[in-house]
Design a protein around this ligand. Structure first.
Ligand code: MG
Length: 205
């Protein structure tokens, strides 16, 4: 399986990062399968970074093989959603940016993609509309988002990325983070909600 991710997909987050030169298409990157962290297992802060930041995102599960998928059919290619964290080594990302190099390691290191339990979506168009999600750390809500605020809807993302990458059953797509990203530290307890349902729950160690 592969993990596809989209950056810069919420205006409020782009503003907090002082990002203005956003292209008119989804900014896509990949994380390797070894980035996955599931079943509430702890996330161990890696040695190579002094600043690991959480980015809370809706994550969709691909349920059908496809390539060059039209936006109007894209809803047929995903069947479930959860909340995930796009952990980012912000210092490594800044280093890479400064030298004009790809920032793959800053986003794709081991266990940089914790995901929660998937909840099924109905088999109908616009099924990803108006999905609320949030993250709390140590009992305080730090990020809130709604799928309606995404610049590129999941259907548009699927249409775009499937021009380049064949989608396979079991692939997952991270869809970008709303405002409120920040660092994690040892002992933090991260809990992710889809609506009112707790789907993600793990500790930083
Ligand atoms: Mg992200």
């Amino acid at each position: 399986m592969k993990i596809i991710a989209v950056g810069w997909n919420y205006n409020a987050h782009n503003a907090e990062m002082n990002r203005t030169d956003i292209p008119p298409y989804p900014v896509v990157f990949l994380k390797p399968e070894t980035a996955l962290l599931k079943n509430g297992k702890p996330f161990f802060l890696p040695q190579f970074s002094d600043r690991i930041e959480y980015e809370t995102e809706l994550v969709f599960h691909i349920s059908r093989l496809g390539k060059n998928i039209a936006p109007k059919f894209a809803h047929r290619y995903y069947d479930a959603v959860t909340v995930g964290i796009d952990f980012t080594a912000r210092d490594k990302q800044a280093e890479a940016r400064a030298s004009g190099s790809p920032w793959d390691i800053a986003k794709g290191f081991d266990y940089s993609a914790p995901i929660g339990q998937f909840l099924p979506l109905p088999d109908q168009p616009r099924k990803a509309d108006n999905l609320d999600f949030s993250l709390s750390i140590n009992g305080t809500t730090v990020q809130r988002g709604n799928s309606n605020d995404m610049i590129f809807h999941i259907d548009e993302i699927i249409a775009y990325v499937s021009q380049f990458y064949t989608l396979k059953i079991g692939d997952i797509i991270f869809t970008g983070t709303p405002a409120g990203v920040g660092p994690v530290k040892i002992g933090d307890h991260l809990v992710g909600y889809l609506g009112e349902t707790k789907v993600l729950d793990f500790f930083v160690k």
